[in-house]
Design a binder for this molecule. Structure first.
Ligand code: PLP
Length: 398
Protein backbone atom coordinates (compact mmCIF):
# COMPACT_ATOMS: atom_id res chain seq x y z
CA UNK A 1 0.00 0.00 0.00
CA UNK A 2 1.35 3.45 -0.84
CA UNK A 3 0.85 6.64 1.08
CA UNK A 4 1.76 10.23 0.35
CA UNK A 5 3.75 10.88 3.46
CA UNK A 6 6.69 9.18 5.11
CA UNK A 7 5.33 10.06 8.51
CA UNK A 8 3.47 7.43 10.51
CA UNK A 9 -0.32 7.49 10.34
CA UNK A 10 -1.58 9.60 13.24
CA UNK A 11 -4.03 7.52 15.28
CA UNK A 12 -3.59 9.35 18.57
CA UNK A 13 -6.27 12.03 18.28
CA UNK A 14 -7.39 11.40 21.86
CA UNK A 15 -3.98 12.64 23.04
CA UNK A 16 -4.15 15.80 20.97
CA UNK A 17 -5.34 17.02 17.59
CA UNK A 18 -3.66 19.22 14.99
CA UNK A 19 -5.04 22.76 14.84
CA UNK A 20 -7.58 23.07 12.04
CA UNK A 21 -6.14 25.47 9.39
CA UNK A 22 -9.25 27.69 9.69
CA UNK A 23 -8.67 27.88 13.44
CA UNK A 24 -5.00 28.72 12.94
CA UNK A 25 -6.08 31.59 10.66
CA UNK A 26 -8.35 33.03 13.38
CA UNK A 27 -5.52 32.65 15.87
CA UNK A 28 -3.05 34.48 13.61
CA UNK A 29 -5.44 37.44 13.37
CA UNK A 30 -5.03 38.07 17.08
CA UNK A 31 -1.25 38.32 17.37
CA UNK A 32 0.56 41.02 15.41
CA UNK A 33 0.34 44.82 15.29
CA UNK A 34 -2.07 44.69 12.31
CA UNK A 35 -4.32 42.30 14.20
CA UNK A 36 -6.37 42.23 17.39
CA UNK A 37 -3.39 42.22 19.75
CA UNK A 38 -4.73 44.46 22.52
CA UNK A 39 -5.27 43.49 26.10
CA UNK A 40 -8.95 42.58 26.49
CA UNK A 41 -8.86 44.26 29.90
CA UNK A 42 -7.72 47.61 28.46
CA UNK A 43 -10.77 49.83 28.79
CA UNK A 44 -9.35 53.08 27.46
CA UNK A 45 -8.82 52.43 23.72
CA UNK A 46 -10.09 50.52 20.72
CA UNK A 47 -7.22 47.98 20.86
CA UNK A 48 -8.58 46.73 24.16
CA UNK A 49 -12.23 47.02 23.08
CA UNK A 50 -11.58 44.97 19.94
CA UNK A 51 -9.77 42.27 21.89
CA UNK A 52 -12.57 42.14 24.44
CA UNK A 53 -15.06 41.79 21.60
CA UNK A 54 -13.16 38.77 20.22
CA UNK A 55 -13.04 37.14 23.63
CA UNK A 56 -16.77 37.70 24.14
CA UNK A 57 -17.54 36.40 20.65
CA UNK A 58 -15.67 33.19 21.49
CA UNK A 59 -17.56 32.94 24.77
CA UNK A 60 -20.84 33.03 22.84
CA UNK A 61 -19.49 30.44 20.38
CA UNK A 62 -18.64 27.96 23.15
CA UNK A 63 -21.88 28.74 24.98
CA UNK A 64 -23.93 28.03 21.86
CA UNK A 65 -22.06 24.76 21.37
CA UNK A 66 -23.06 23.49 24.84
CA UNK A 67 -26.33 25.35 25.32
CA UNK A 68 -25.39 27.61 28.22
CA UNK A 69 -25.39 31.33 28.99
CA UNK A 70 -22.10 32.97 27.89
CA UNK A 71 -21.74 34.33 31.44
CA UNK A 72 -21.38 30.73 32.61
CA UNK A 73 -18.09 30.25 30.70
CA UNK A 74 -14.72 30.79 32.44
CA UNK A 75 -11.60 30.71 30.25
CA UNK A 76 -8.68 28.68 31.57
CA UNK A 77 -5.39 27.27 30.30
CA UNK A 78 -6.87 23.83 29.58
CA UNK A 79 -8.96 21.02 31.00
CA UNK A 80 -6.32 20.28 33.64
CA UNK A 81 -6.77 23.75 35.09
CA UNK A 82 -10.55 23.59 34.68
CA UNK A 83 -10.62 20.32 36.64
CA UNK A 84 -8.41 21.81 39.38
CA UNK A 85 -10.57 24.94 39.60
CA UNK A 86 -13.84 23.01 39.70
CA UNK A 87 -12.77 20.36 42.20
CA UNK A 88 -10.68 22.42 44.60
CA UNK A 89 -12.80 25.53 44.11
CA UNK A 90 -16.13 23.89 44.92
CA UNK A 91 -14.86 21.62 47.71
CA UNK A 92 -13.06 24.48 49.46
CA UNK A 93 -16.04 26.83 49.11
CA UNK A 94 -18.27 24.20 50.75
CA UNK A 95 -15.88 22.85 53.35
CA UNK A 96 -18.05 24.11 56.21
CA UNK A 97 -20.94 21.98 54.96
CA UNK A 98 -19.02 18.72 54.70
CA UNK A 99 -15.77 17.18 53.62
CA UNK A 100 -16.75 14.27 51.42
CA UNK A 101 -16.24 14.06 47.66
CA UNK A 102 -17.09 11.30 45.19
CA UNK A 103 -15.15 10.44 42.02
CA UNK A 104 -14.07 7.28 40.18
CA UNK A 105 -10.90 5.31 39.57
CA UNK A 106 -11.27 5.80 35.81
CA UNK A 107 -10.88 9.59 35.84
CA UNK A 108 -8.14 11.61 34.17
CA UNK A 109 -5.09 12.25 36.36
CA UNK A 110 -6.06 15.92 36.66
CA UNK A 111 -9.20 14.85 38.51
CA UNK A 112 -7.55 12.05 40.49
CA UNK A 113 -4.66 14.21 41.64
CA UNK A 114 -6.96 17.12 42.55
CA UNK A 115 -9.01 14.72 44.71
CA UNK A 116 -5.83 13.32 46.27
CA UNK A 117 -4.86 16.90 47.12
CA UNK A 118 -8.24 17.39 48.79
CA UNK A 119 -7.64 14.18 50.75
CA UNK A 120 -4.43 15.73 52.09
CA UNK A 121 -6.47 18.76 53.18
CA UNK A 122 -8.71 16.54 55.29
CA UNK A 123 -11.45 15.61 52.82
CA UNK A 124 -12.63 12.04 52.50
CA UNK A 125 -12.74 10.71 48.94
CA UNK A 126 -14.96 7.85 47.76
CA UNK A 127 -13.31 6.20 44.73
CA UNK A 128 -16.02 4.48 42.71
CA UNK A 129 -15.06 1.42 40.67
CA UNK A 130 -16.38 1.57 37.12
CA UNK A 131 -18.24 -1.40 35.64
CA UNK A 132 -16.18 -3.74 33.40
CA UNK A 133 -17.54 -1.63 30.51
CA UNK A 134 -15.73 1.41 31.94
CA UNK A 135 -18.98 3.17 32.81
CA UNK A 136 -19.78 4.28 36.36
CA UNK A 137 -23.17 2.95 37.40
CA UNK A 138 -25.54 5.69 38.62
CA UNK A 139 -26.56 3.27 41.41
CA UNK A 140 -22.98 3.37 42.68
CA UNK A 141 -23.22 7.17 42.90
CA UNK A 142 -26.55 6.92 44.71
CA UNK A 143 -25.05 4.52 47.25
CA UNK A 144 -22.05 6.77 47.87
CA UNK A 145 -23.94 10.06 48.44
CA UNK A 146 -23.97 11.25 52.05
CA UNK A 147 -25.36 14.29 53.83
CA UNK A 148 -21.79 15.65 54.04
CA UNK A 149 -20.98 15.11 50.33
CA UNK A 150 -19.94 18.44 48.78
CA UNK A 151 -18.98 17.38 45.25
CA UNK A 152 -19.29 14.57 42.69
CA UNK A 153 -16.77 14.58 39.84
CA UNK A 154 -17.20 12.10 36.97
CA UNK A 155 -16.10 12.29 33.36
CA UNK A 156 -18.40 12.43 30.32
CA UNK A 157 -16.17 10.35 28.03
CA UNK A 158 -13.24 8.26 29.19
CA UNK A 159 -10.06 9.28 27.35
CA UNK A 160 -8.60 5.76 27.28
CA UNK A 161 -11.70 3.76 26.41
CA UNK A 162 -14.02 6.24 24.70
CA UNK A 163 -16.95 5.07 26.83
CA UNK A 164 -19.58 7.57 28.02
CA UNK A 165 -21.04 7.89 31.49
CA UNK A 166 -24.77 8.48 31.81
CA UNK A 167 -24.39 12.03 33.09
CA UNK A 168 -28.12 12.71 32.88
CA UNK A 169 -28.90 9.80 35.20
CA UNK A 170 -26.12 10.81 37.60
CA UNK A 171 -27.29 14.44 37.67
CA UNK A 172 -30.80 13.22 38.44
CA UNK A 173 -29.33 11.92 41.71
CA UNK A 174 -26.97 14.77 42.62
CA UNK A 175 -29.27 17.69 41.76
CA UNK A 176 -32.11 16.75 44.16
CA UNK A 177 -29.48 16.00 46.83
CA UNK A 178 -28.09 19.52 46.44
CA UNK A 179 -24.62 18.21 45.58
CA UNK A 180 -22.76 19.96 42.73
CA UNK A 181 -21.80 17.66 39.84
CA UNK A 182 -18.56 18.37 37.97
CA UNK A 183 -18.03 16.66 34.62
CA UNK A 184 -14.69 16.43 32.81
CA UNK A 185 -15.96 16.76 29.26
CA UNK A 186 -12.60 17.21 27.51
CA UNK A 187 -13.23 14.15 25.31
CA UNK A 188 -16.91 14.91 24.78
CA UNK A 189 -16.91 18.47 23.42
CA UNK A 190 -17.13 18.40 19.64
CA UNK A 191 -17.38 14.60 19.65
CA UNK A 192 -21.02 14.16 20.71
CA UNK A 193 -24.02 16.44 21.26
CA UNK A 194 -23.64 18.28 24.58
CA UNK A 195 -26.42 20.26 26.15
CA UNK A 196 -25.61 21.31 29.70
CA UNK A 197 -29.24 22.04 30.55
CA UNK A 198 -30.39 18.58 29.45
CA UNK A 199 -27.41 16.87 31.10
CA UNK A 200 -27.92 18.66 34.41
CA UNK A 201 -24.22 19.07 35.20
CA UNK A 202 -23.22 22.05 37.36
CA UNK A 203 -19.62 22.39 36.18
CA UNK A 204 -17.95 21.08 33.01
CA UNK A 205 -14.31 21.12 31.87
CA UNK A 206 -13.22 21.58 28.26
CA UNK A 207 -9.93 21.65 26.39
CA UNK A 208 -8.99 23.44 23.16
CA UNK A 209 -6.45 20.98 21.80
CA UNK A 210 -8.80 18.00 21.80
CA UNK A 211 -11.10 19.79 19.34
CA UNK A 212 -8.60 20.97 16.67
CA UNK A 213 -7.84 24.13 18.60
CA UNK A 214 -4.52 25.11 20.19
CA UNK A 215 -2.95 23.70 23.33
CA UNK A 216 -2.92 25.90 26.40
CA UNK A 217 -6.56 26.98 26.38
CA UNK A 218 -9.67 25.51 27.92
CA UNK A 219 -12.83 26.50 29.69
CA UNK A 220 -14.95 25.71 32.70
CA UNK A 221 -18.73 25.92 32.55
CA UNK A 222 -20.07 27.07 35.91
CA UNK A 223 -23.84 27.02 36.26
CA UNK A 224 -25.24 30.34 37.47
CA UNK A 225 -26.91 29.49 40.72
CA UNK A 226 -26.75 31.31 44.04
CA UNK A 227 -25.79 28.11 45.86
CA UNK A 228 -22.89 27.28 43.54
CA UNK A 229 -19.79 29.11 44.72
CA UNK A 230 -16.32 28.43 43.35
CA UNK A 231 -13.26 29.52 45.30
CA UNK A 232 -10.72 30.93 42.80
CA UNK A 233 -7.40 29.10 42.61
CA UNK A 234 -5.43 31.78 40.75
CA UNK A 235 -5.52 35.25 42.27
CA UNK A 236 -4.70 38.50 40.54
CA UNK A 237 -6.53 41.16 38.59
CA UNK A 238 -9.96 39.67 39.09
CA UNK A 239 -10.50 38.61 35.47
CA UNK A 240 -13.34 36.22 34.61
CA UNK A 241 -15.57 37.61 37.38
CA UNK A 242 -12.80 36.97 39.87
CA UNK A 243 -12.79 33.22 39.19
CA UNK A 244 -9.58 33.10 37.15
CA UNK A 245 -7.17 36.00 37.09
CA UNK A 246 -4.64 36.52 34.34
CA UNK A 247 -4.60 38.44 31.05
CA UNK A 248 -6.96 36.69 28.68
CA UNK A 249 -5.10 34.99 25.81
CA UNK A 250 -7.13 36.51 22.98
CA UNK A 251 -5.57 34.35 20.23
CA UNK A 252 -6.10 31.11 22.17
CA UNK A 253 -9.65 31.99 23.18
CA UNK A 254 -10.74 33.21 19.72
CA UNK A 255 -9.27 30.00 18.31
CA UNK A 256 -11.12 27.79 20.77
CA UNK A 257 -14.36 29.59 19.99
CA UNK A 258 -13.88 29.03 16.28
CA UNK A 259 -12.94 25.38 16.88
CA UNK A 260 -16.32 25.00 18.63
CA UNK A 261 -18.16 26.54 15.68
CA UNK A 262 -16.49 24.16 13.21
CA UNK A 263 -17.03 21.09 15.41
CA UNK A 264 -20.66 21.96 16.06
CA UNK A 265 -21.49 22.62 12.42
CA UNK A 266 -20.19 19.26 11.25
CA UNK A 267 -21.00 17.16 14.31
CA UNK A 268 -23.57 14.71 12.95
CA UNK A 269 -21.68 13.97 9.74
CA UNK A 270 -18.35 13.72 11.54
CA UNK A 271 -19.67 11.28 14.14
CA UNK A 272 -20.95 9.09 11.33
CA UNK A 273 -17.66 9.30 9.42
CA UNK A 274 -15.57 8.42 12.48
CA UNK A 275 -17.89 5.51 13.26
CA UNK A 276 -17.32 4.18 9.74
CA UNK A 277 -13.54 4.52 10.10
CA UNK A 278 -13.65 2.71 13.43
CA UNK A 279 -15.69 -0.15 11.95
CA UNK A 280 -13.36 -0.31 8.97
CA UNK A 281 -10.35 -0.57 11.29
CA UNK A 282 -11.92 -3.25 13.49
CA UNK A 283 -13.11 -5.24 10.46
CA UNK A 284 -9.59 -5.27 9.05
CA UNK A 285 -8.20 -6.50 12.39
CA UNK A 286 -10.78 -9.29 12.61
CA UNK A 287 -8.32 -11.69 10.92
CA UNK A 288 -6.22 -11.61 14.10
CA UNK A 289 -7.20 -14.11 16.79
CA UNK A 290 -7.26 -13.19 20.48
CA UNK A 291 -8.00 -9.45 20.20
CA UNK A 292 -10.32 -8.02 22.83
CA UNK A 293 -12.09 -4.66 22.83
CA UNK A 294 -11.55 -2.93 26.17
CA UNK A 295 -14.59 -1.11 27.49
CA UNK A 296 -18.20 -1.43 26.41
CA UNK A 297 -19.11 -0.60 22.84
CA UNK A 298 -22.75 0.43 23.43
CA UNK A 299 -22.12 3.82 25.02
CA UNK A 300 -19.01 5.26 23.41
CA UNK A 301 -17.73 8.03 21.18
CA UNK A 302 -16.86 6.79 17.70
CA UNK A 303 -13.25 7.99 17.57
CA UNK A 304 -11.54 5.82 20.20
CA UNK A 305 -10.84 2.06 20.30
CA UNK A 306 -8.80 0.35 22.98
CA UNK A 307 -7.66 -3.17 22.11
CA UNK A 308 -5.88 -5.90 24.03
CA UNK A 309 -3.69 -8.11 21.81
CA UNK A 310 -3.33 -11.36 23.74
CA UNK A 311 0.24 -12.54 24.18
CA UNK A 312 1.76 -9.28 22.91
CA UNK A 313 3.53 -6.60 24.95
CA UNK A 314 1.85 -3.31 24.11
CA UNK A 315 5.05 -1.28 24.51
CA UNK A 316 6.91 -3.63 22.17
CA UNK A 317 4.05 -3.43 19.67
CA UNK A 318 3.98 0.36 19.74
CA UNK A 319 7.74 0.47 19.27
CA UNK A 320 7.58 -1.99 16.37
CA UNK A 321 4.78 0.07 14.79
CA UNK A 322 6.28 3.48 15.45
CA UNK A 323 7.59 4.07 11.92
CA UNK A 324 4.13 3.39 10.47
CA UNK A 325 1.46 4.10 13.07
CA UNK A 326 1.36 6.60 15.94
CA UNK A 327 -0.84 5.32 18.75
CA UNK A 328 -0.48 4.97 22.51
CA UNK A 329 -0.66 2.84 25.60
CA UNK A 330 -1.88 4.58 28.69
CA UNK A 331 0.93 3.11 30.73
CA UNK A 332 2.74 5.57 32.91
CA UNK A 333 6.48 5.16 33.17
CA UNK A 334 7.43 5.58 36.78
CA UNK A 335 11.04 5.55 37.94
CA UNK A 336 11.75 1.83 37.81
CA UNK A 337 8.77 0.02 36.35
CA UNK A 338 6.09 0.58 33.75
CA UNK A 339 2.76 0.81 35.53
CA UNK A 340 -0.24 -0.43 33.57
CA UNK A 341 -2.99 2.10 32.98
CA UNK A 342 -5.03 2.87 36.09
CA UNK A 343 -8.17 2.86 33.93
CA UNK A 344 -7.59 -0.65 32.55
CA UNK A 345 -6.85 -1.86 36.06
CA UNK A 346 -10.04 -0.21 37.32
CA UNK A 347 -12.16 -2.14 34.80
CA UNK A 348 -10.61 -5.38 35.99
CA UNK A 349 -7.90 -6.20 33.45
CA UNK A 350 -4.97 -8.15 34.85
CA UNK A 351 -1.48 -6.70 34.39
CA UNK A 352 -0.67 -8.93 31.40
CA UNK A 353 -3.78 -7.87 29.48
CA UNK A 354 -3.37 -4.23 30.50
CA UNK A 355 0.22 -4.33 29.20
CA UNK A 356 -1.09 -5.85 25.95
CA UNK A 357 -3.50 -2.96 25.34
CA UNK A 358 -3.27 -0.09 22.87
CA UNK A 359 -5.49 2.90 22.18
CA UNK A 360 -6.13 3.96 18.59
CA UNK A 361 -8.01 7.21 18.01
CA UNK A 362 -9.10 8.51 14.62
CA UNK A 363 -9.96 12.14 13.95
CA UNK A 364 -11.05 14.82 11.51
CA UNK A 365 -8.02 14.41 9.26
CA UNK A 366 -7.85 10.60 9.28
CA UNK A 367 -8.60 9.01 5.90
CA UNK A 368 -9.88 5.54 5.00
CA UNK A 369 -6.55 4.85 3.24
CA UNK A 370 -4.68 5.64 6.44
CA UNK A 371 -6.93 3.34 8.44
CA UNK A 372 -6.38 0.52 5.92
CA UNK A 373 -2.61 1.01 6.00
CA UNK A 374 -2.54 1.14 9.82
CA UNK A 375 -4.66 -1.99 10.16
CA UNK A 376 -2.41 -3.87 7.72
CA UNK A 377 0.67 -2.85 9.70
CA UNK A 378 -0.94 -3.85 13.01
CA UNK A 379 -1.94 -7.28 11.66
CA UNK A 380 1.57 -7.91 10.28
CA UNK A 381 3.35 -6.69 13.39
CA UNK A 382 1.18 -8.56 15.89
CA UNK A 383 1.56 -11.76 13.85
CA UNK A 384 5.32 -11.32 13.69
CA UNK A 385 5.68 -10.55 17.41
CA UNK A 386 3.53 -13.54 18.32
CA UNK A 387 5.48 -15.99 16.17
CA UNK A 388 8.81 -14.62 17.43
CA UNK A 389 7.54 -15.12 20.95
CA UNK A 390 6.33 -18.67 20.20
CA UNK A 391 9.76 -19.57 18.81
CA UNK A 392 11.73 -18.07 21.68
CA UNK A 393 13.38 -20.53 24.09
CA UNK A 394 11.57 -18.82 26.96
CA UNK A 395 8.16 -19.70 25.53
CA UNK A 396 9.17 -23.29 24.71
CA UNK A 397 8.82 -24.57 28.25
CA UNK A 398 5.17 -23.48 28.66
C1 PLP B 1 -6.76 15.84 27.61
C2 PLP B 1 -7.64 15.67 28.79
C3 PLP B 1 -7.50 16.48 29.92
C4 PLP B 1 -6.41 17.53 30.05
O1 PLP B 1 -6.64 18.60 29.18
P1 PLP B 1 -5.48 19.69 28.94
O2 PLP B 1 -6.19 20.77 28.19
O3 PLP B 1 -4.43 19.00 28.16
O4 PLP B 1 -5.02 20.14 30.28
C5 PLP B 1 -8.34 16.27 30.98
N1 PLP B 1 -9.30 15.32 30.93
C6 PLP B 1 -9.47 14.52 29.86
C7 PLP B 1 -10.53 13.50 29.87
C8 PLP B 1 -8.63 14.67 28.76
O5 PLP B 1 -8.79 13.85 27.71
Amino acid sequence: MTRNSNLPVYLDNAATTPVDPAVAAVMAECLTAEGVFGNPASRSHCYGWDAEERVEQARVELAECIGCDPREVVWTSGATESNNLAIKGVALARRDRGRHVITSRAEHKAVIDSCLWLARQGFEVTWLDPEPTGVVAPEAVAAALRPETVLVSLMAVNNELGVCNDIEAIAALTRPAGVPLHVDAAQALGKMPLDVAALGADLMSFSGHKIYGPKGVGALYVRRHRDLVVEPQIHGGGHERGLRSGTLATHQIAAMGHACVIADAGLGAEMQRLQQLRTRFLDALAVLPDVKLNGGAERSVPGIVNLAFGGVDGEALILALSADVACSTASACTTATIEPSHVLRAIGLDDALAHASIRFSVGRFTTAEEVDFAAERVVDTVTRLRSAHAESPLAAGR
